[in-house]
Design a protein around this ligand. Structure first.
Ligand code: PLP
Length: 488
């Protein structure tokens, strides 16, 4: 029997239904095609087996908190210190979101304005750089504020700051573009170098990382990932950062929900160890699409200058939704959710391994599994497309030292936050592992030009595809998404 979706309390389901129906009526009056697209999206999401590791389903309370007139207000600055008049209600929602975030994560300071995860990272880079400039111990004597600098100072500073160094996890071992990937602005702003994983185990090679840090002496050591299926020891990371005088920044965009839900604690909770922590709010944390920065008090004033230094005016309606989402995540049931996300990922991993799949690192400790599909004779792109045809939504992803590069890839990343919200459990994960394995075994590369197999084209038997899609649909039928909301 399906377990209820925990983030729609039964007593509000009818109100939520009325609210969404009424909202669509109002939109339909002006532009019916937009209303139709919004209505179609819930049906698409209901119909798909969503295993994209970075997606989730926000609660009606979170979604509804975003659709209102807070959106109309300009509020550059921070609560109580605005560049615009009339911000008292924005001050309220921003303060509430920050208060909930501090309590949820045990952080000294929270900045809830970033519009997305990448923006949160830019705010963090700016904060660490400006702290370096303004700190008498580290930076230029007599400079209290970057704003105090004259033209000559700026010319010198540009040379100095341009030479600052960042050490982050390489993209192909699971890091994010903004962790110093050469073509990204982070790799252009900073003199960058990467650390990676041990090719034999797939695990972060802390000894090699320490050696690189000692030699390279970065200003910022970035930890965190988009596609690493194991735990990261942040206590050890801080030790390495301290040894070389670096600031430890952790990007917990992917696993923030597991931190909030107290599944990642001790050495694996970044907040007590890093000076600055960034996140998205819409992945495992199950909030609105947005970003978040947490930091030590010493960095707070630098982080708070994110807008207007790096960011445009805050999205006040999204900050309201962040306050609601953080309040939800402070409830005991969110800890149960976070634990089930990990239990489900482990069950999925075990189900795949039992059927002969190859997983990077041989399994998972978090919310995602990274399958190397080369054993099935496929690229990640072919696997992703064949799975999608069969009603299973994943995304292709490079594996370490990937011979197929970042476009075709050899891997598929599979995550459990969304389906766990929907109520699926370990038995369903095992069945899904079987469906994935069936599709991948039934897919073959199409012949390419010059007699070599194509990296994109593939062949998949129609009957096999339809059978899996039917089974996926039957499985989902037992776990209604947004029960009680009927827009038809
Ligand atoms: N940081 C990490 C580790 C991510 O995985 C992502 C998104 O995939 C981001 C940052 C960027 O988040 P956003 O798309 O909200 O800018």
């Amino acid at each position: 029997m399906a377990s209820p979706v925990t983030h729609i309390p039964a007593n509000t389901a009818a109100s939520a239904n009325t609210a969404f129906r009424s909202a669509l009526d109002v939109v339909r009056e002006v532009e019916p095609r937009v209303a139709a697209a919004i209505g179609a999206e819930i049906e698409d999401q209901r119909a798909s087996l969503k295993l994209i590791a970075s997606e989730n389903y926000a609660s009606p309370a979170v979604l509804l908190a975003m659709g209102n007139w807070l959106s109309d207000k300009y509020a550059e600055g921070t609560a109580g210190r605005r560049f615009y008049a009339g911000c008292r209600n924005v001050d309220t929602v921003e303060s509430l979101a920050a208060e909930h975030a501090r309590a949820l994560f045990g952080a000294q300071h929270a900045y809830v304005q970033p519009h997305s995860g990448i923006d949160a990272n830019l705010v963090a880079f700016w904060a660490v750089l400006s702290q370096r400039v303004e700190s008498p111990a580290l930076g230029r004597a007599g400079v209290r504020q970057v704003n105090d600098l004259g033209e000559q100072d700026w010319a010198e500073l540009r040379r100095e700051l341009g030479n600052q160094r960042m050490l982050g996890m390489s993209l192909d071992t699971g890091g994010h573009l903004t962790h110093g990937f050469r073509p990204n602005i982070s790799g252009k702003m900073f003199d960058q170098r990467s650390y990676g994983t041990d090719p034999a185990t797939g695990l972060i090679d802390y000894a090699a990382l320490r050696a690189t840090a000692r030699e390279f002496r970065p200003l910022i050591l970035v930890a965190g990932y988009s596609a690493y299926p194991r735990l990261v020891n942040f206590r050890l990371m801080r030790e390495i950062a301290d040894e070389v005088g670096a600031t430890l920044m952790v990007d917990m965009a992917h696993f923030a929900g597991l931190v909030a839900g107290k599944v990642l604690t001790g050495d694996f909770d970044p907040v007590p160890h890093a000076q600055i922590v960034t996140s998205t709010t819409h992945k495992s944390l199950r909030g609105p699409r947005g970003g978040l920065v947490l930091c030590d008090s010493e960095l707070a004033e630098h982080v708070d200058r994110g807008c207007p230094m790096v960011l445009g005016g805050p999205l006040s309606h999204v900050m309201a939704a962040k306050a609601v989402a953080f309040a939800e995540a402070r409830r005991p049931e969110f800890q149960d959710y976070a634990q089930r996300v990990v239990d489900n990922a482990k069950a999925l991993a075990e189900g795949l391994l039992r059927r002969g799949a190859t997983l990077v690192t041989g399994g998972t400790d978090n919310h995602l599994v990274l399958a190397d599909v080369s054993g099935y004779g496929l690229t990640g792109r072919q696997a992703e497309a064949a799975l999608l045809d069969s009603g299973i939504v994943t995304n292709r992803n490079a594996v370490p030292q990937d011979p197929n590069g970042a476009w075709y890839t050899s891997g598929v990343r599979i995550g459990t936050p969304a389906l766990t919200t929907r109520g699926l459990g370990t038995a369903e994960m095992d069945e899904i592992a079987g469906l994935i394995d069936t599709v991948l075994r039934g897919t073959t590369p199409a012949p390419g030009s010059g007699g070599t197999p194509s990296k994109a084209g593939y062949r998949l038997d129609d009957a096999l595809r339809d059978g899996v899609a039917k089974r996926a649909a039957d499985l989902l039928a037992g776990f209604p998404l947004y029960p009680g909301i009927d827009l038809a």
